[in-house]
Design a protein. Sequence first.
Length: 203
Amino acid sequence: MQPFNTLTGIAAPLPLANVDTDMIIPARFLKTIQRSGLGKSAFANMRYKADGSENPDFVLNQEPYRHAEVLIAYENFGCGSSREHAPWALLDFGIRCVIAPDFADIFHNNCFKNGILPVRLPRAICEKLVEDAKLGANARVTVDLARQVVIRPSGEEIPFEIDPLRKHLLLNGLDEIGQTMQHTGSIDSYEAKLRAERPWLYS
């Protein structure tokens, strides 16, 4: 998993509340278990018309937001079904951070497992960030995980809270498997001891 340290990039404004996982990645795209390739289907029902052509009114079809790495939204982002394909699709599109007043719990947890930083900030702050984002490529936002601040284009620093363990895992690019592999020595020692004490388990 790619570590998350400091990200400076284009922020796409999505001033909507209750963006559910079916909006992020519609159910018809859930047949795959591959994490790559889903970016083109992210927000498909809003990004594409019935004939498959792009909807020019949707923010991610507009410049410079085609290259957004941060998404600004409103309350209850990621609600609905518990599909891990939702953060997969966002990450494959290029989104590394979502800023919103709050998130659905399962989506929030899945973000950390896939290297996406979900940042909770008050609605009033998110509204300011949406207005910043509407200025386009000249209004880049910086998210500094180590310092736990979001930096507006004006230079204003906005602090955010994050669980210390999740912060450590993101900074070091560790998912649950990577976290477990940090204890490989202890695991190997235990298995060697068990093999010596109970060899019949391995016969």
